[in-house]
Design a protein around this ligand. Structure first.
Ligand code: MG
Length: 247
């Protein structure tokens, strides 16, 4: 959590949104499904028996632990992936190969085969025609672009800002500011949409953006469908500025 104070909407003189930045994983792309289906397919291919429910749960937890080390700057992306693979092989009781990162890349192929955008995403991006759009992610920029290309979204986004570009992960305000700078807008003119309250919504608010949470289960306040974003802004007293020449 950041200690910076959020800029209250009431302090804004012009409630106009000129650009929209998105989180990627579990906001645009269904990361959780791809991760769970990917590890199950990989382990099946490797001959691991059983229904694999426990193994998939262990993989999810280990991914979180090792990725946190990457976000904290204690290890690079390949280093955390190699340590993750080694840890998983130990849990499975399988021998570690000489290069655990290659084992991880085997998983990643299966993960990528299962990557899908959520059903509301393409319609949402169409509903924002004429508005500059981008992504700010706690992933590596190049890999994020690769994933967005794979699911056919890269052409809709004017920028992809990852931790390697910003030098810090969300919720640090600097990564949000890097996204705004890439789209040529002030933080107060931008909104950020993500699936997490702490790193996405609270981080964006602290950086001066309008932060909105997407929760497709509808269990928390925010958006339950990205296609409702223009309507949500309007209902909450915001104006969405569109460049009609780019519509
Ligand atoms: Mg996310």
């Amino acid at each position: 959590m950041t200690t910076a104070q959020p800029i209250a909407a009431s302090r804004r003189t012009d409630r106009t949104i000129r650009a929209v930045l998105f989180d990627i994983d579990d906001t645009l792309i269904d990361y959780q499904s791809a991760e769970q289906q990917g590890i199950r397919a990989y382990l099946r291919e490797l001959g691991v028996p059983g229904c694999l429910d426990d193994e998939a749960r262990v993989w999810k937890r280990l991914q979180e632990i090792h990725f946190e080390r990457f976000l904290a700057g204690r290890v690079d992306y390949a280093g955390q992936a190699a340590a993750l693979a080694a840890d998983m092989l130990d849990r499975l009781g399988l021998p570690r190969p000489p290069d655990p990162y290659r084992w991880f890349l085997g998983y990643r192929e299966h993960y990528e085969k299962h990557l899908m955008v959520f059903p509301d995403v393409r319609g949402a991006l169409r509903s924002l025609s004429g508005v500059p759009l981008g992504a700010v992610t706690n992933s590596n920029s190049e890999y994020a672009r690769h994933k967005l290309h794979r699911v056919g979204l890269i052409g809709s986004l004017k920028c992809v800002v990852g931790v390697d570009v910003a030098g810090v992960p969300k919720p640090d305000v600097r990564i949000f500011h890097a996204g705004c700078a890439a789209l040529g807008v002030a933080p107060e003119e931008a909104m950020y949409v993500g699936d997490r309250q702490d790193s996405d919504v609270d981080g964006a608010h602290a950086a001066g953006l309008l932060g909105v949470r997407i929760d497709r289960t509808g269990s928390v306040a925010g958006l339950s469908d990205l296609r409702l974003l223009p309507e949500w802004l309007n209902a909450n007293g915001w104006r969405l500025a569109r460049d009609s020449s780019k519509a």
